[in-house]
Design a protein around this ligand. Structure first.
Ligand code: SF4
Ligand code: SF4
Length: 289
């Protein structure tokens, strides 16, 4: 079983559209959406929910008004300005608490409890192309990296159980903690980029990241005809980092049309030039992984 993660240095490159099509082409695949802050792969793959699980991580402070003596110590000590007071009533702001526990330790009357924090949910669903593991992080919640690890580990367990050949993961954009959680230990990172100056800059950062974690990387230039000269610069950049370009896809309205129809491109327009290019990309990935 091979695990392929599709990432991008920035959002809006068409990463999820391409991932949806690759998941279809992979056949016996388990699919994960590791972009837990802004999951959207479900819009293309229309999953049917099988089960739902709470994601509990870290702690949050809760002030018991009946015990609080309004001394103000907690406001003074909270470095995150997460506690507000009004007319002698002290309360923790709903999404402000970072769970450091300082106020809990120093409240003179032990008025602050510290329950575990419900940060979101993760799901096991079925799609027409295979089982899917995805998640939703609560607004303002931390620990997206841990939620990504949970999604990946549940997907791996399932993939072993059903003897899947592939895990195809839609990774988050950028180079932050959830991206690191998405790529560590995978067999191949496929980076989707676009030929703009910011696209090139962000590609360089993500190429350095995958190199640091020693993950083999390949690059797809989406919307390659937005600027042919930057496309060429991107190809040189990728090559200088040892990452082969495995596809150059021209700008095409078919991606938006497929998205509006809630389908991956290879299902929405299987005979289109874009589908042919994506199939060629998948054949290369199959050979490489
Ligand atoms: S430190 Fe404790 S008693 Fe003082 S205001 Fe905060 S919760 Fe109330
Ligand atoms: S646990 Fe830390 S971050 Fe949360 S309210 Fe208390 S001092 Fe502030």
């Amino acid at each position: 079983m091979k695990e392929i993660v599709i990432i991008s240095g920035k959002g809006g490159t068409g990463k999820s559209s391409i991932t949806g099509s690759l998941a279809v082409l992979a056949g016996r695949a388990v699919i994960t959406d590791c972009d837990v802050d802004a999951a959207d792969l479900h819009l293309l793959l229309n999953p049917t929910l099988i089960d739902r699980h709470d994601f509990i991580s870290g702690h949050e402070a809760v002030i018991d008004q009946s015990t609080c003596i309004s001394c103000g110590k907690c406001v003074e000590l909270c470095r995150f300005d997460a506690i507000e007071s009004s007319n002698g009533i002290f309360a923790v702001k709903p999404i402000g608490c970072e769970g450091c526990g300082v106020c809990v330790a120093f409240c003179p009357v032990e008025a602050i409890s510290f329950p575990q924090s419900h940060c979101g949910e993760w799901y096991h669903s079925e799609t027409a192309t295979g089982s899917m593991f995805h998640a939703r992080l609560k607004a303002g919640a931390e620990n997206s990296g841990k939620l990504v690890s949970t999604v990946r580990s549940e997907a791996k367990k399932w993939a072993k159980q059903v003897d899947a050949h592939w895990i195809i993961s839609d990774g988050p954009p950028g180079i932050g903690c959830p991206v690191i959680s998405s790529i560590t230990g995978t067999d191949l990172a496929v980076i989707v980029t676009e030929p703009t100056l910011s696209g090139k800059h962000d590609l360089e950062r993500v190429l350095k990241l995958v190199k640091h974690f020693q993950i083999p990387a390949k690059v797809i230039i989406n919307k390659r005809d937005l600027c042919e000269s930057i496309s060429d610069e991107i190809a040189d950049l990728a090559e200088s980092h040892g990452a082969e370009i495995i596809g150059r896809i021209p700008y095409s309205p078919v991606f938006n049309q497929a998205q509006n129809a809630g389908k991956p491109v290879v299902l929405f327009a299987p005979e289109s030039r874009e589908s042919v290019l994506i199939r060629e990309i998948w054949e290369k990935i199959e050979r490489l992984a």
